[in-house]
Design a protein around this ligand. Structure first.
Ligand code: 4GO
Length: 221
């Protein structure tokens, strides 16, 4: 799966070189390309923004630079996503749907945003990671890439995928590791019993119990 990211701050995406996503990129399971919108400025000072028509605070990213950056990507079949608090709220079912796409282009705004005319021209879908405002779309883009990438074959272990399907749509059961006794507290006895039928049953019950306490709304669906 390929992600092209249109941004004024490509250095902000360094975290994607770490851990599970970083390894998936190195193993060619994912391709993540960073496109610096500033490279498409025709201005001698590499200017990419200007003051808003009608007045008001801050700066607006110019439509022509964004459009030229977009046109530098060959694939006209790719889905273009704009990260915005005005977008549809991201949830796990939206993530699963997006993971079926072969190529996503993610547009990140900054400052007061991007001129509406280029958004109307190129954006297929607006997505929000939650009801709050950030200084830019870069962190939301990383959230989207991380969560979508978890669905691609080979990114997670086979075991973690099986475990997740077992309690899908509800919260996860609690995890424990060595030592068996920490600050006087033992791990639940069943987990060291070696009886996998009992362990599975206990985990299922714990997942349901925790969900009913912390997120009862998830059980009503
Ligand atoms: C996305 C972008 C919040 C989100 C953003 C979100 N803030 N909730 N800020 O997903 C255009 C300029 C939007 C700054 C950007």
């Amino acid at each position: 799966m390929k992600f092209d990211i249109l941004t004024l701050f490509p250095e902000m995406f360094e975290p994607l070189n770490q851990s599970i996503i970083g390894r998936a990129v190195k193993n060619n399971l994912l391709e993540i390309n960073l496109i610096n919108i500033r490279d498409f400025s025709k201005n001698k000072h590499k200017k990419v923004d200007d003051t808003p028509f009608g007045g008001g605070a801050g700066m607006v990213i110019k439509p022509d630079v964004v459009y030229d950056a977009y046109k530098s990507i060959e694939d006209k079949n790719a889905k273009v996503i704009y990260m915005s608090p005005q977008g549809k709220k991201l949830n796990q079912s939206k993530v699963e749907e997006l993971s079926k796409e072969e190529h996503l282009i993610i547009l990140c705004g900054h400052y007061e945003g991007i001129d509406q005319r280029v958004l109307d021209k190129i954006v297929d879908e607006e997505i929000s990671i939650g009801d709050y405002v950030l200084t830019g779309g870069e962190i939301p883009a990383m959230v989207l890439i991380d969560t979508v990438s978890r669905y691609k074959d080979g990114v997670l272990s086979k075991e973690s995928i099986e475990e997740e399907s077992f309690t899908s749509g509800i919260l996860e059961y609690p995890q424990y590791t060595r030592p068996e006794v920490f600050e006087g507290v033992r791990v639940p006895e069943v987990l060291i019993s070696g009886n996998h039928q009992n362990i599975d049953k206990w985990r299922k019950e714990e997942a349901l119990r925790i969900t009913s306490i912390k997120r009862p709304d998830l059980l009503k669906k």
